[in-house]
Design a protein around this ligand. Structure first.
Ligand code: ZN
Length: 138
């Protein structure tokens, strides 16, 4: 098995900023001219996630609204009592959504649905610089 490790960085505004990273992932994957592989997209950090969504204006409101019900920004969090960084909600949201996704590459094409994009969601309460790792296994 061969493993190729690449990465790119993303500047975010924080506060549940949703950024379409599909083209960045495609650029890395297609540069290698592979036929079949497993593509893992992973972001390091405990207040940020990588997931999939249809990147359209309605869902860019719906997802934050759904997460606000599960982990509201203004709730009291034990994390904030301990660390006083005010981002307890961001840690909870990131844990639920997760920090990686996998996309198969089959016959040279990433198997994404027509309306399926790969997104980075930064929940932290301030702008951040994030590193996204693209791990290619074949
Ligand atoms: Zn924190």
């Amino acid at each position: 098995m061969t493993v190729i490790c690449e990465k790119f960085s993303v500047s975010t505004k924080g506060n549940t900023d949703i950024i379409d990273i599909t083209d960045s992932v495609k650029n890395i994957v297609y540069r290698h001219s592979l036929t079949n592989a497993v593509i893992h997209v992973y972001v390091a950090g405990s207040t940020v996630s990588v997931t999939n969504i249809e990147f359209e204006p309605g869902l860019l409101v719906d997802l934050p609204e759904a997460l606000e019900k599960i982990a509201p920004v203004d709730k009291d969090y034990h994390h904030d009592e301990m660390w006083h960084d005010g981002n307890g909600y961001a840690h909870v949201r990131a844990s639920i959504v997760g920090n990686s996704t996998m996309v198969p590459l089959i016959d040279g094409a990433l198997q994404l649905g027509q309306w399926q994009q790969i997104v980075l969601v930064d929940f932290d309460n301030k702008p951040r610089q994030r590193t996204v790792h693209v791990i290619i296994q074949q």
